[in-house]
Design a protein around this ligand. Sequence first.
Ligand SMILES: Nc1ncnc2c1ncn2[C@@H]1O[C@H](COP(=O)(O)OP(=O)(O)OP(=O)(O)O)[C@@H](O)[C@H]1O
Length: 363
Amino acid sequence: MPGLQLRGVAKSFRNTEVLSNVDLDVAPREFIAFLGPSGSGKSTLLRIIAGLETADAGEVILDDRRIDGLPPGQRGVAMVFQHYALYPHMSVRQNMAFGLRNARVPQDQIDRLVEDAARVLEIDPLLERKPAQLSGGQRQRVAIGRAIVKSPKLFLLDEPLSNLDAALRLRTRVELAQLRERVESAFIMVTHDQAEAMTLADRIVVFNDRRIQQIAAPMEIYARPANRFVAQFVGSPAMSILPATLADGGTLASVKLGDGSRIDTSVGRDSLPAGAQVELGLRPEHVRVVLSGEANTEATVDLVERLGERSLVYARLRDGQQVTAEAEGTTTAKVGDTVGLRIDGAAAHLFGPDGTGYHRAAA
Ligand SMILES: Nc1ncnc2c1ncn2[C@@H]1O[C@H](COP(=O)(O)OP(=O)(O)OP(=O)(O)O)[C@@H](O)[C@H]1O
């Protein structure tokens, strides 16, 4: 099978397991983002694929070849580090040529590969400079260039944009998307930035607690999170999670919140596990601050965050549960006010006692 397969990969440092039985399939030319909290093993898995770290168990297979026993240079992968890791005493040209020279590629071929990559990345006027004479964004491109010249089957990017300022980061994100169209390789990128993952990736892999929590397309992760962790981790501000009691009967689940309000969801009643205790998950856009006539519950305002066109209202329901709502940009709501809330039950998520997510049937 072409592409990358991970089978049963496990890794511990001393006695602490950081990855447990990880399976993953990456298609040729696919762009994958690894997302997860700090310490969830994203970089460790990337380093295992690159050959900079050895797994305790499992297999790494690239284009039908088992590569986990091979040294990094023979795996057909190229890694771009957060701190670029350029050699300061070498010119851009020498930095980009370094790996090829080690692999004993003939000089005329090296020159051609370096110049082609420099043109793609628009750093050809900088080839004779040293890294200290470059901006952060330019260094970043040299680091990518050094990977491109190896024509890897797989690019591994460890937070490649995190050292850039906000504007440059956005621009480089666009460039990365363009680069991806021009090369035949697959990409795996570790990032802390959800927007980056949502924009660039075909699929996002969410890590937590030693395991992959979900692998899916960005909007699928957002709209149909596999469990409570993914639901709260992806999306900003985070989804509100409210304890709820499942009402009897009906084909679609209705729940009662702690403040006594009843919410009708679009989640199939019989898809839920037996037992009455669930949690209701609400994205901010599904809880609106409205006039009392349209409200299905009310809350006390803790904070209003004005974003211009809209405002985010952080509030507490009558039973003290916290909820994040949206209001018009012009809302007059202020701290301490009681406001009406319209909860869109049809868009709500439910979570079972083990955290499994249940959603409305896909449209
Ligand atoms: N060489 C090492 N020796 C001991 N512990 C390590 C080593 N490398 C990583 N760890 C530990 O393994 C866990 C996973 O680290 P890893 O860097 O893979 O996480 P991450 O998800 O990439 O985190 P971040 O987002 O902060 O980079 C952490 O608890 C880390 O402290």
